[in-house]
Design a protein around this ligand. Sequence first.
Ligand SMILES: [Fe+2]
Length: 229
Amino acid sequence: MPPNRIKIVHSFHELVSTPFGDGINALCWKRELKGDFKEVVEKLAGRDGITTIEDEQLLNLPLSDAGKAAVEILIEDQRLLREHGLEPQLDCIDGYLRDAEPGPVPTDVYSFHADSATVETDTYLCTYFGPSSEGIDNEEVQRKVDIPEIRSALLQRYGGEDDAEFIEWLHDHCFDLHYSPLPTAQPYVFGVGNLWRVAVEYAGCPVPPCIHRAPETLPGQPPRLLLIS
Ligand SMILES: [Fe+2]
């Protein structure tokens, strides 16, 4: 695990109040959660693709005590984040849509990317069940649009010169947010139960954005339960 950009914190308060700086662009509140999240996932019937789960739905599930303990955590995490002015959502994910025609730079969440925003914000993530999100150090990636073969393929698609308008076009299509790991790169997993706060690309962000991706979802794999804000 490349620890130089990750800081481990020990409470929700520390997670939300620690500023990004000195290159740190990911804060991880490490937790070992009690509760049966598998049972919760199994009881969330009628899933297809991504389903956003409401508190009400969780509370109405017929669950064992361990399942109920998991629900309590799911609701409490969201309550804490809402109290902090955020808008968390809980998703049960059987799979994300992939780019139908990926072209030189696929822009789906399976590709290493930075989140971006027009205002100051951060991304919060917690995987409660299933394979967790993955991160990678900024030093271990290269922007795809800076790789010569990819850039010329994009230029061809754009059908113009490599100028300011092309750069704007790259930006408008989110191509500039996607990264390719270097051959020696060692991505790390966010892990199950940990609540992360990661840096987003926006004008004035004091650190480079945290590069991350969704794990591969394979057919027959159980769905993921993910909090995102
Ligand atoms: Fe993302």
